[in-house]
Design a protein around this ligand. Structure first.
Ligand code: ZN
Ligand code: ZN
Length: 416
């Protein structure tokens, strides 16, 4: 008998405990997870670099006993080489795909390399020949020949027009004429030692009837060398952002979903149903219309409505951290209006989250739980949303009315 009573008492206690447990049991709060991806720092886009530009420039000099201006009979001829000019240039490269900024993933980035260099003008050795005719008769250059020798080998003019121009030149009596003769390209100048300009058979004496009485040859001998020069240059990089190419999803016309009017499955389209009480009720699902709007997500674009085609890659992944969070943790204080601070994993720091009462997100990494901070009279109270048994809860409540914090919900970890 005693044993039986004891047993029923025991049963009662067990039921009481079970009842109490089920009644006091708060809803189970399960933290959710997200992955925080950190990319390599490629915001360190390249800055300008100084460079040294090396180049060679040809140098010509008349050999000692050669006169620049020569007079023979009634003709004076000057032969000079037009000096070279050095101009700075910038060569713009082709834009190349560069890493996208992870904070602006919808923009492609291109990098363009701009290299400064120099340009030598003119690109050819140009002979400027000035012919002055001091005679009473016209001087026809078709009567004479011009020859250029490089290292004693005849240089043939690649352009037949040059010869034609020469042959068509007339120098009127007591006039002078300039003839510009393009010689070899400076790129082709393969370390020549000398350049010699010959003008042969110039009529230097013409009688009154126009008959040539005497012809003479003119020549100029230039020594040729090259001079190594340097110039300061730079390499600069320019970056351009353009929106990533997107295309509207054709399957859903960019809407991301389909909506369709269907017969209400609750009332089979009748708009009402017969209840257990035998009465006819208006259908709660379609509000009596018999039709419902069914929305389904587009499977082609997974609800985005567009397809994105980035040309630039994202930077290499540096690290990935898995974080857990509990959304909508209700923070309540007595008195209300206290500042709440929560940890922001992206920014890796605490940030103000407004005043109590307030819903906030509580985060924790694999190794650390970041408490919710409530500030009262310059005092920081750090609380984590777990109950006494260590279970996650979605509320935090602190009472400051006695002057010191009294935790009603949550677990205090620190007071500063
Ligand atoms: Zn219905
Ligand atoms: Zn779609």
């Amino acid at each position: 008998m005693k044993t039986k009573n004891l047993l029923s008492l025991f049963t009662l206690v067990v039921f009481a405990i079970m009842f109490w447990a089920s009644a006091s049991q708060a809803p189970i709060v399960v933290p959710r997870q997200f992955v925080l991806t950190k990319y390599s720092d490629v915001s360190g886009r390249k800055t300008a670099q100084d460079t040294i530009i090396k180049y060679t420039i040809p140098k010509f000099q008349l050999i000692d006993n050669t006169l620049q201006t020569q007079t023979k009979g009634g003709v004076t001829i000057t032969c000079e080489i037009i000096p070279f000019n050095i101009n700075k240039t910038v060569t713009k490269g082709n834009p190349k795909a560069f890493y996208r900024n992870p904070d602006k993933p919808d923009f492609d980035v291109t990098q363009t390399t701009n290299i400064s260099g120099i340009e030598i003008k003119p690109e050819k050795v140009m002979f400027l020949v000035t012919i002055k005719n001091n005679q009473n008769r016209v001087l026809k250059l078709r009567d004479c020949a011009m020859v250029i020798l490089m290292n004693n080998i005849q240089y043939s003019f690649p352009d037949p027009k040059v010869r034609l121009d020469w042959e068509n030149t007339l120098v009127m009596s007591n006039f002078s004429t300039n003839v510009t003769i393009p010689g070899p390209s400076i790129r082709e100048l393969d370390n020549p030692k000398s350049i010699e300009v010959f003008i042969n058979d110039i009529p230097t004496e013409i009688d009154d009837a126009g008959n040539i009485k005497k012809r003479e040859n003119f020549d100029w001998l230039f020594s040729c060398s090259s001079e190594e020069k340097t110039e300061k240059g730079t390499i600069t990089y320019s970056y351009e952002e353009t929106p990533v190419l997107t295309q509207q999803c054709q399957a859903c016309s960019g809407r991301g979903s389909f909506s369709e009017i269907k017969l209400c499955p609750t009332c089979n389209g009748t708009g009402h149903y017969k209840g257990y009480d035998g009465n006819i009720h208006e259908c709660y699902n379609c509000k009596g219309s018999g039709k419902v709007n069914v929305t389904t997500t587009c499977t082609s674009c997974r609800g985005l409505g567009i397809f994105k085609y980035p040309k630039s890659p994202l930077p290499p992944i540096d690290s990935q951290e898995t974080w857990s969070y509990i959304d909508n943790v209700h923070v309540e204080t007595i008195p209300a209006g206290l500042t709440v601070r929560i940890f922001n994993p992206q920014a890796k720091q605490y940030q103000d989250a407004g005043q109590t009462p307030r819903y906030v997100t509580s985060v924790f990494s694999e190794s650390k739980r970041y408490p919710i901070i409530v500030i009262y009279n310059n005092q920081e109270v750090k609380i984590i949303p777990i109950d006494k048994s260590g279970k996650n809860i979605d509320e935090v409540k602190v009472d400051f009315s006695s002057g010191s914090p009294l935790i009603k919900k949550g677990t205090i970890v620190e007071i500063n």
